[in-house]
Design a protein around this ligand. Structure first.
Ligand code: ADP
Length: 295
């Protein structure tokens, strides 16, 4: 199974070009779509999920024309949107049963079995009688995955799923997603590099509606390996360093600014060569488009 996106563009009525000639091939497994806020990730996710149209371009899920045969896509799709509204007083079990009914599972006992197995899968079975309004962020997201899995989808889209989760909730969510990723296409849209690093076998970096990098995380790493250097400087020196070097990221550590730069040659000046990580790949590509310090 494969999702093939070709030359997709979308300009909103206010003139914002959210997608600018996007082409991507997304194979089975976990695919990370990484980009800063406003990059166009949600627009792309909603377009693939058949919730909005593009101006031009095509999307095929194997031989299904996604932009034309929306019903066929919806039958195969599980979607966890960014803003996932829940009815606070309804309990998890009743809500999931209702969603399963809406997705066409008419047989009551079949539904009961499905709801129980999904709640077990996302580790919410013991909380099934609790109102959704009482759920923590992590529980909400796990419930979101349960509802996305109704109907055994072959394409699952999760939009910014780990924003706002604490580290242990995030870990539990990662484990759940990686289990699902084995037999389906899972597209994970995120601005958190660690999400992609932990989970994804393939990825793309998008910014201002354009694909900047597309491939395996290790291919991205190979592109910047040997070119990343770091140095701790005083905050007041930042402007000068930004003039002299290609600064890709800064982090404040114990009052000092830890600077990472990209350079084809040994920069001298007290800089130390460091092994590149996926965050360097991300900032290296993003910094070619926008100022990474201000995003
Ligand atoms: P991301 O999910 O990466 O944050 P979005 O797809 O939400 O990016 O947004 C891409 C760009 O399109 C942003 O500049 C955003 O402000 C704009 N945008 C998104 N939705 C709309 C809309 N319905 N009308 C007008 N502009 C929009």
């Amino acid at each position: 199974m494969e999702l093939i996106i070709k030359n997709l563009s979308k300009t909103y009525s206010n003139g914002v070009k959210a997608l600018n000639d996007i082409s991507l091939t997304i194979p089975q497994g976990m695919f990370g779509l990484l980009g800063p806020n406003g990059a166009g990730k949600s627009t792309l996710m909603r377009t693939i999920a058949t919730l909005q149209d593009a101006d031009i371009g095509s999307i095929f899920l194997d031989d299904i024309n996604v932009l034309e045969d929306k019903q066929s896509v919806r039958e195969r799709l599980g979607y966890l949107p960014q803003d996932f509204g829940l009815y606070p007083r309804i309990n998890a079990e009743t809500m999931l049963d209702h969603i399963a009914q809406m997705k066409g599972i008419g047989n009551k006992s079949e539904r009961k079995e499905l709801v129980a197995s999904l709640l077990q899968k996302v580790n919410l079975f013991k909380d099934r009688k609790k109102g959704l309004g009482t759920f923590s962020g992590g529980m909400r997201q796990r419930f979101g995955i349960a509802q996305a899995l109704v109907g055994n989808p072959s394409l699952i889209i999760v939009d910014e799923p780990t924003a706002g989760l604490d580290p242990s909730e995030r870990n539990r969510f990662y484990n759940l997603l990686s289990e699902i990723g084995e037999n389906t296409i899972v597209i994970l849209s995120t601005h958190i590099v660690e999400d992609v690093n932990t989970l994804c076998s393939n990825m793309a970096i998008i910014c201002q509606g354009e694909v900047l990098m597309h491939g395996k995380p290790k291919d991205g790493l190979a592109m910047v390996q040997g070119k990343i250097f770091k140095k701790a400087i005083d905050k007041s020196e930042l402007d000068q360093y930004r003039k002299d070097f290609h600064v890709i990221s800064t982090k404040l550590i114990e009052g000092k600014l830890s600077l990472r730069i990209e350079s084809e040659t040994e920069p001298g000046n007290g800089f130390e060569a460091v092994p590149a990580d996926l965050e360097d790949v991300y900032f290296s590509f993003i910094s070619r488009k926008v100022d990474p310090i201000t995003i």
